[in-house]
Design a protein. Structure first.
Length: 45
């Protein structure tokens, strides 16, 4: 059987991971236009 302490730590870690995933998705969604490659910005020769 899993102990209460182990279950608490697992739930806490998964909650933190879920929040970081949401924040990362939000960052990518908001900045998707500026993260795209734009021709003419001097990136290629």
């Amino acid at each position: 059987m899993i102990s209460h302490n182990t279950l608490y730590n697992l739930a806490n870690a998964l909650g933190v991971f879920a929040m970081l995933t949401v924040v990362a998705y939000h960052f990518v969604a908001v900045n998707s236009r500026s993260l795209q490659y734009r021709p003419g910005n001097g990136a290629h020769h």
